[in-house]
Structure formats: structure tokens, C-alpha cells
Design a protein around this ligand. Structure first.
Ligand SMILES: [Zn+2]
Length: 391
């Protein structure tokens, strides 16, 4: 009995501390009285937590508030630059590294080209060197860094710390736990679209919204599902692999081994390939393609229309499967002006099940930073969140 009581006490203590940090993070400045009132925690408990947080440098005393009768209360201020976190985003040809503070502001950002992921150990060593360099440059001590979060384009078991498979990177079963020693920091991993969905939920457009499907369009397509504030990952942590749902029976062969997967028709790569095959061209950048589209190039227009048709079919399937409040589109394609209107027209074509008033389609406000910010948020969970937000 005594043992259980001690455990309970510890959990309550930890949860009080996290609630206080979370509230101060949101409101930036509050008096102890405000905190006590808002969280329904006694003043002595608030005071002892605040004293500990001041000692750790996470908050500071910042003058007096107006008195409501009696002594003027002290203002407690949250210090966003008291701790930092790294976000690392892996994609096909590039690794992006960002250092953020507790307000998820990017303090430093860099990237490195990577030719294939055959030597993951070498990539990790390069990241370690880059991290050392960044901390040196910004004069930040490593003990102020909460950890490194990795955003990975594949199936991720975040509990066992394994990237189970990333068909487009052609790697599988990478155990990230082993990299903690090299990186000398706590390591966290998450699927790229899940990390982006987590960022949208915490910082972006979905802040006030609880059910959403996040569609990350890059060289492939990843999707993150949020149900009532929780990332839905399913029994084997593979939920949301909508990029590999079959859109064309017996269609193009995919790196995953199947045929006709959605991402072969609705990713950045698919758009470019669709244009190049029509224009009989070898390669064109996404930027150049959008320029041609803006200039009303007829081949670009045709490729765009066909691309949007496939994108819309996938979104329709997701809506039928999940009936979410919101579908958020992330990635460079989402930034093209006018995409939303054209896409909505195609998604909400006359049907029996839903119309434009039932589900909102939105463009990510975090743009290309959604997944890297989500990755950097992973180490911060220890400071802010009472329980892991994954089901
Ligand atoms: Zn596939």
C-alpha cells in the first residue's frame, strides 16, 4: 500500500509541474495566484514548483503585477530560450537540421546533401558533427538541449526506436536507440507525416481542431491521423500509410512492392513525371513547373489537371474512411496559389456522402517546416506533456 501511495504522489508531483510549465508556455507571464486559480493547485504547491523551475532557469521573476488588494503579486515569466531541441528531417536527397527554442522558433538551420542512405552510420556521424558546430556557433551548452527528434519518411515504431521500413529511401530496420551514444543526446523518432501532424496540432492551423488527416506531399505521400488530440498509429504503428493505398488497379510499380499506389500519381515526383512525359522533357524543377503553369502553358495545365484528379481521389477515400473535421495539405505543392479552390471542386464533386460544408480542406501554415518542427517538439514532450499522445 505504501509503495502505491509513493508512486501516486510522484505522478501527481510530475503532472503538477508539467501543467504549470504548459500553462506558462501558453500564457508567457502569470502570477502564482493566476496559476493556482487556473489549475486549481494550492499556492504552496505552485510556489515550490516555481522555485524549482526558477532554479532550473526555465522561468524567472519579472516584476510586480497590479495589486488586487494586499501585497503586489510577483509576475512569473516563461523563458523560451532556457532549453532547446534539435529537429532532423530525412528525405530522399537531403537531411535538414534545425535548432529550436521552447517556442518552436528556429534558431539555426542547416542541411546536407545525401546520396542514398546505404551508410546510415556515416549520416548520423555527420549529424553529430553538425550539432556540435551549431551549439558552438550559438554558444549553447549541450545540457540545455532536451534532445534530438528525427522525422523519418517511413514506418516508425517510436517505442522500440526502430525505423521499420522506408521504401523510398530503400532502408529498413534501422535501430535509432544505438545512435544515442554517438549523438550524446536523448533521441526520439517519428514518421514524417505524423511529426508534421503533431506540429500542426501544437503550433499550426490545427491548434483549435481535434480531428484531422494531415497529408504530407513530398517525393512520396505520407499521412498523419489525429483523433481527439491523439496521433493514431494503430496496433503495428503502420496506420496512415495512405500514400500506398491502391488508386490504379494494376498501375505503376511502387518501391513498396505493390502497384498503383497513390503516391505514384499524387506526389511532387508524380507531378513532375506527368509533365515531363507529356512535354517530352527529361527533368524540370517544381519551381519551373509552377512558372509554366502560371504562364498558362497548355502542357503544364494538362499535367496539373490530371495530377489534381488523382490527388482528389485519394482525399475522397480518406474522407470516406475517417470522416475527419479537417484535411490539412502540407508540402510545397500546397503553396501553389489557387490549388485549394481547384482541389475542392474535384474532391466535393456531387456525391451521396458529404459536401463542402462537412469537411474543411486547409493548407498547412507551417509550410515546409511542419515535419522538422514536429520532430523538434518530440524531445519537448518530456517537459510539457503528462502522457504520450499516441494511440
Ligand atoms: Zn506503394
Amino acid at each position: 500500500m505504501i509503495k502505491i501511495d509513493i508512486v501516486d504522489q510522484e505522478i501527481i508531483k510530475d503532472s503538477n509541474r508539467k501543467k504549470i510549465v504548459q500553462l506558462l508556455y501558453k500564457k508567457k507571464e502569470l502570477t502564482k495566484q493566476d496559476i493556482s486559480k487556473e489549475l486549481e493547485i494550492s499556492i504552496p504547491t505552485v510556489t515550490s514548483n516555481i522555485n524549482a523551475l526558477i532554479k532550473e532557469g526555465i522561468v524567472e521573476e519579472a516584476g510586480m503585477a497590479e495589486s488586487t488588494g494586499g501585497r503586489k503579486p510577483i509576475i512569473i515569466r516563461f523563458l523560451p530560450n532556457s532549453r532547446y531541441a534539435f529537429g532532423v528531417d530525412f528525405s530522399l536527397e537531403i537531411i535538414r537540421i534545425a535548432l529550436t527554442n521552447l517556442n518552436s522558433e528556429i534558431i539555426y538551420e542547416t542541411s546536407m546533401d545525401i546520396k542514398g542512405f546505404y551508410n546510415i552510420d556515416e549520416a548520423i556521424r555527420k549529424i553529430e558533427m553538425e550539432i556540435k558546430h551549431i551549439l558552438n556557433e550559438k554558444k549553447i551548452s549541450i545540457d540545455k538541449v532536451l534532445g534530438i527528434g528525427f522525422s523519418l519518411p517511413g514506418t516508425v515504431n517510436e517505442e522500440d526506436m526502430v525505423l521499420e521500413m522506408a521504401p523510398n529511401l530503400k532502408i529498413k530496420n534501422i535501430v535509432f536507440k544505438e545512435f544515442t551514444d554517438i549523438l550524446k543526446l536523448p533521441v526520439y523518432i517519428e514518421n514524417e507525416a505524423n511529426a508534421a501532424a503533431f506540429a500542426e496540432l501544437t503550433l499550426g492551423i490545427a491548434k483549435e481542431m481535434r480531428n484531422l488527416a494531415y497529408i504530407s506531399i513530398t517525393e512520396g505521400i505520407g499521412t498523419g491521423i489525429v483523433i481527439q488530440d491523439y496521433l493514431y498509429k494503430g496496433k503495428n504503428k503502420r496506420a496512415g500509410e495512405f500514400g500506398h493505398m491502391t488508386i490504379v488497379a494494376d498501375g505503376k510499380p511502387c518501391n513498396c512492392g505493390k502497384k498503383g499506389c497513390w503516391e505514384l500519381y499524387a506526389s511532387d515526383r508524380a507531378l513532375i513525371e506527368g509533365y515531363c512525359s507529356r512535354a517530352n522533357q527529361k527533368k524540370v524543377s517544381l519551381k519551373d513547373f509552377f512558372y509554366k503553369l502560371k504562364c498558362e502553358d497548355p502542357i503544364a495545365k494538362e499535367a496539373w489537371e490530371s495530377y489534381l484528379d488523382y490527388l482528389a481521389i485519394g482525399i475522397q477515400n480518406i474522407i470516406l474512411l475517417l470522416d475527419p473535421h479537417y484535411v490539412v495539405i502540407g508540402g510545397k505543392i500546397g503553396q501553389y496559389p489557387g490549388i485549394l479552390e481547384s482541389l475542392k471542386e474535384k474532391v466535393f464533386i456531387q456525391n451521396t456522402f458529404y459536401n463542402e460544408n462537412d469537411i474543411k480542406i486547409l493548407i498547412s501554415t507551417l509550410k515546409e517546416n511542419a515535419s522538422i518542427l514536429g520532430a523538434a517538439l518530440l524531445p519537448m514532450q518530456k517537459l510539457f506533456f503528462i502522457k504520450r499522445k499516441i494511440i
